[in-house]
Design a protein around this ligand. Structure first.
Ligand SMILES: [Zn+2]
Ligand SMILES: [Zn+2]
Length: 155
């Protein structure tokens, strides 16, 4: 990676920098993501919290309901309320950064499509990217270097 990826909210009060590439990028078609974005799917870059440098502002967590009953907090800009990332299951060492908030959103492409069972029918999935009806087994799909990074935060 030659250049750090930066992003932020719509009003620019929140600015952040990814200090390395994410471990993996999800394109999630689940109903929760559809509700929370008001759109067809979400793009999440999974990266260690300590590799996201907050340059300005302080994203604030909001708890949202989940199918699983496990906690999900969406972090939003306190001013414009744009969501910049999520923490799932109270795992605060891992952020799901919303790719659409990057200045250069085209820089990260999905590594997997998940919860395709609720994909909107007009969304066409590209060939060559694995897709799953529900969740998937990261151990079988993530590159070894990313699995090693994940082990470092979760043991
Ligand atoms: Zn803002
Ligand atoms: Zn989802």
């Amino acid at each position: 990676m030659t250049e750090d990826l930066e992003g932020g909210c719509a009003c620019a009060a929140v600015r952040y920098r990814l200090i390395s590439r994410p471990m993996f990028v999800h394109c999630c078609h689940c109903r929760d993501c559809q509700w929370q974005t008001g759109s067809a799917f979400i793009l999440n870059a999974l990266i260690e919290t300590d590799r996201v440098s907050v340059l300005s502002g302080k994203p604030e967590p909001t708890a949202v309901p989940t199918d699983s009953g496990r906690p999900h907090h969406i972090y939003r800009c306190p001013s414009c309320k744009v969501a910049v990332w999520s923490v799932y299951g109270g795992a605060h060492k891992l952020l799901f950064v919303r790719v659409g908030t990057l200045d250069d959103a085209v820089a990260l492409t999905p590594d997997v499509n998940i919860y395709v069972r609720s994909k909107l029918p007009w969304v066409m999935l590209p060939e060559g990217i694995p897709s799953f009806d529900a969740y998937y087994d990261a151990r079988k799909l993530w590159p070894p270097a990313s699995l090693e990074r994940r082990r470092e935060i979760f043991g």
